[in-house]
Design a protein. Sequence first.
Length: 174
Amino acid sequence: MTGTQEKIAAGLERAFASHGFAEPSVDTLRDAAGVSLRTLYKYMPSRVDMVMAALEHRHQRYVQRVLDDLPNDPSKARDLLMDRIGDWMQTEAAHGCLFHSAVASDPGNSSVRAMLERHKQEVVQRATAATGLVGDEVALLLILEGLTQSWPIHGAQAVAAAKALVSALAAGRA
């Protein structure tokens, strides 16, 4: 991605996170991207391209902030992972998962659905490797998704519950 594309994608991510996927007009998206309409359409010729760029930007930021540099000790990685997801939710995603929102806004779009699947797959693969839970991908994904979906209602209690569940999952493997 060029610097201009990165700037546009960052602005689009913010706009979609704030306004959802159905509400923002092209003018709102242009303003959020900080470029002219011509430049916006040069790099993102359709609304689907705009959504995909925003989701790709979100994916990269999430992976970097939540999954990069987890401790080598699986127990410490499990706790830190849940804390980082809670921090992400507090600062970036108070309304829930942007990827699920994108699919909900355009359920028939196979590109958007594929992006959701790719994001979740990478997250769970990296998370299971870091937490020592390889082989329990589905269970760990359920815990991570539960945390993401319950955080807007329960906040820190959701993080504590997720920590307890992932610890129980790990203890059941011993």
